[in-house]
Design a binder for this molecule. Structure first.
Ligand code: ADP
Ligand code: MG
Length: 715
């Protein structure tokens, strides 16, 4: 195969190709398409008969089921609206345990006799999708003879129409469960965890003197990183096609060391792609806000305004899909893998998280009054306590085979979970702990008693980019997520463990006040006790440094380097207890997740190892042999000997990998995952090492794979 270099990149080509640029009006405010394809509350109000609308909203507010007559009316309105938008099919979209998005399309049209068709869509079809999807992995929850799960409309996340040049599709956000009521998806536990947190937080708020709030929502704002490469190169790389990352590739002469890409000007083609993606997202009601270049060449970031966790999580799945789809219209491929290129920064997804009341206050916002600050310190202490207690589980929630090249490798963030509070806030907590503070900080007033708590510093201002879990002014930013991951499980974990900690702190608060202690003083006491017991998790230094890794070990913090290590935390006693107490996931449901995830790891590792073998054996080895013949002909024996040495190494490494890939059939579960990690992936790495050396000596025109400098720098 001859590689085509530096083609396919002119503006003329990409605009002609996808008829993209110029075909759409991107920015005019009067054309703002925000939510145009969403069956939003506003559309519902306009389209539904008044009483049906009231019933639907009422049921949503109270979290109650919708009666069949209401469902029918909603279905009819939704269908008519979707047909007007060009939809021909509908689908219930859900997130199976693999973390991706699943859908099965059904036509609205049914035969109506005499060769005609009629559009139909009933309440039953809306509320309960086709009970099928039996081949999704369920980790043993649903034995195959039971065969069926069912999907149920999640009315809290609005339906939307997804456009395609050849028609449109009505998408109905859906939850997926087994007939015995067990969650088979990522959505149900997320919704349950939001309820759990709301219950705990409302109880605590009452004790703290807030009797107005009736519901607390968790919020999420994800910052998504991704790479863009020319699609030409993507299709010339079987590793990118099969695994999403390059399994080979020598370090280019120019990488990211010049830092000339970060926040740099966005190339025109890329900008056009971004604008069109954002337009598509706005139509879908995704509130996209920021875009910029990232640190690595060819790496970019997009972030929306935050939303309630369940909606934000659905929107994040859609965002990834839109990025991948729209990239193709510009002759680009969007790589969402955590580590597409070795030696170049990988991609993560920062999960900004907070809690807000239905009366409009952010519980993690330091306030102006002593009472507000007492709230803030209480909830902040709860987060610190939760993260310390469940550090292993949080790490597990970010585990994924792609992540093993980032977490615990020489890259951000580390596999050790710790919290960065910022120096101002840390001083406040330290002062509460010691009962006395530095007179030059606000904390100094604390020893005078809680009722004179001064205004806390808003937006501590200082930043620590190396922390996996950082307080950033009015929210926590969980930075360990991988770029391809669903937000659902990490947020399910956060909500559940913080609900537990809030309850624990609230119980102590109640105990103290019922023993006669002044309410404000009791809050400070509770915060003090909790912080003292959990401050080992707080760290404000450089998380990448060797010293920190040593210190963390001394502190007894967990350092779970790989996915198989981390996933075991899903079945830790304290995990099961927390999830069962809050009815978020039963032990059986947790076990099924663990089984699916550990199996996914082994399967994906196996695909990587097989792909490594096949590329090295059928593409790289032949190229090296051709080059050997070339220098043999030219009669350069010194060069020939060196090359023979490398080829020998490659052949040996390939033999070892081939043996490892002849997978032992008696292993399963964790054992199989560990085998995949320690044998298949280790042997693959050895093959890559020699292959990358060969890339540096084999004639460029003989090398069968696009090189890093081509993929990274051609825009
Ligand atoms: P950064 O400085 O890290 O780039 P930004 O201020 O741009 O942070 O915000 C990053 C993300 O945090 C955005 O997606 C934003 O919507 C989100 N965010 C802001 N406030 C909250 C909140 N209360 N809850 C959840 N996410 C939030
Ligand atoms: Mg950020």
């Amino acid at each position: 195969m001859t590689r085509i270099r530096q083609q396919n990149v002119t503006a003329a080509q990409w605009s002609a190709n996808g008829e993209a640029l110029g075909a759409i009006d991107l920015t005019l405010p009067e054309n703002d398409a925000f939510g145009a394809n969403v069956f939003s509350v506003a559309v519902q109000r306009e389209r539904l008969p008044g009483d049906v609308f009231e019933k639907l909203q009422g049921a949503l507010e109270k979290g109650e089921a919708i009666d069949p007559a209401t469902a029918d009316a909603v279905a009819t309105a939704m269908k008519d609206w979707a047909l007007e938008k060009g939809a021909t099919h509908f689908t219930h979209v859900f997130q199976p345990l693999t973390g991706s998005t699943a859908e099965k399309h059904d036509s609205f049209f049914e035969p109506a006799g005499e060769g005609r068709a009629m559009a139909g869509f009933s309440g039953k079809e809306l509320i309960q999708g086709e009970p099928d999807a039996s081949s999704f992995p369920t980790g043993g929850v649903r034995a195959t003879f039971e065969a069926r799960g069912y999907t149920a409309w999640d009315p809290t996340s609005p339906a939307f129409v997804l456009e395609n040049p050849n028609g449109s599709l009505l998408c109905i956000p859906t939850a997926f469960a087994s007939w015995t009521g067990e969650a088979l998806d990522a959505k149900i536990p997320l919704l349950r965890s939001m309820d759990a947190l709301s219950g705990a937080a409302i109880k605590a708020l009452k004790l703290l003197g807030d009797s107005e709030s009736t519901r607390v929502f968790t919020t999420v704002g994800p910052e998504q990183e991704y790479f863009l490469i020319d699609e030409q190169y993507f299709f010339e790389r079987p590793d990118l096609i099969s695994t999403g990352r390059t399994l080979f590739g020598a370090k280019p002469p120019k990488g990211q060391e010049l830092d000339d890409h970060y926040f740099g000007t966005i190339p025109e083609r890329v900008l056009a792609f971004m604008m069109e993606s954002e337009l598509e997202m706005r139509k879908l009601g995704i509130p996209v806000k920021t875009r910029h270049n990232e640190v690595a060449p060819a790496q970019y970031e997009i972030a929306p305004v935050f939303e309630n966790s369940n909606v934000g999580s659905d929107h994040q799945q859609l965002t990834m899909r839109v990025l991948e789809n729209v990239a193709r219209r510009y002759g680009l491929v969007c790589l969402l893998h955590e580590k597409p290129f070795a030696g170049i920064n990988g991609s993560g997804k920062h999960n900004n998280w907070s809690m807000g009341t239905d009366t409009g206050s952010n519980l993690l916002e330091p306030g102006d009054t002593p009472a507000d600050n007492a709230h803030f310190l209480f909830f902040c202490a709860a987060v610190i306590q939760a993260v310390n207690k469940h550090q292993g589980l949080l790490r597990a929630s970010a585990a994924d085979i792609g992540q093993d090249h980032r977490l615990g490798a020489n890259e951000a963030p580390p596999a050790i979970i710790s919290i960065f509070l910022g120096s101002e806030l840390e001083k406040v907590f330290d002062a509460i702990e010691s009962g006395s503070g530095d007179p030059h900080t606000p904390a100094s007033f604390l020893n005078l008693g809680a009722t004179v708590l001064p205004p806390l510093p808003k937006h501590g201002g200082d930043r620590n980019r190396t922390s996996p879990f950082a307080f950033t002014g009015n929210k926590f930013e969980f930075r360990a997520l991988g770029s391809s991951m669903s937000l659902a499980f990490p947020n399910t974990v956060l909500n559940t463990i913080v609900a537990e900690a809030i309850d624990e702190l609230a119980d102590k608060l109640e105990e103290k006040t019922s023993g006669g202690m002044d309410a404000a003083e009791a809050v400070i006491e509770v915060v003090k006790e909790s912080y003292t017991a959990n401050k080992q998790i707080v760290f404000d230094g450089d998380n990448y440094s060797e010293e920190w890794h040593a210190e963390a070990e001394q502190r007894g913090l967990k350092n779970l380097r790989t996915t198989p290590d981390a996933l075991q935390e899903v079945l830790a006693d304290e995990t099961i207890a927390a999830f069962e107490n809050y009815k978020v996931l039963s032990k059986r449901e947790l076990e099924s997740r663990y089984e699916v995830w550990i199996e996914q790891y082994a399967l994906r590792a196996n695909i990587e190892a097989e792909t490594t073998f096949s590329i090295a054996k059928t593409m790289i080895l032949p190229a090296a042999l051709r080059h050997l013949a070339l220098i043999g002909e030219a009669g350069f024996s010194a060069l020939e000997n060196d090359l023979r040495g490398l080829i020998d190494e490659l052949v040996t490494a390939l033999d070892a990998l081939e043996k490892a890939n002849a997978e032992p059939t008696d292993l399963e579960g964790l054992d199989l995952a560990l085998f995949a990690r320690d044998e298949q992936l280790a042997k693959s790495a050895a093959v890559r090492e020699v292959a990358d050396k060969l890339e540096k000596v084999v004639a460029d025109d003989l090398w069968p794979l696009p090189k890093y400098e081509e993929m990274l720098f051609i825009k």
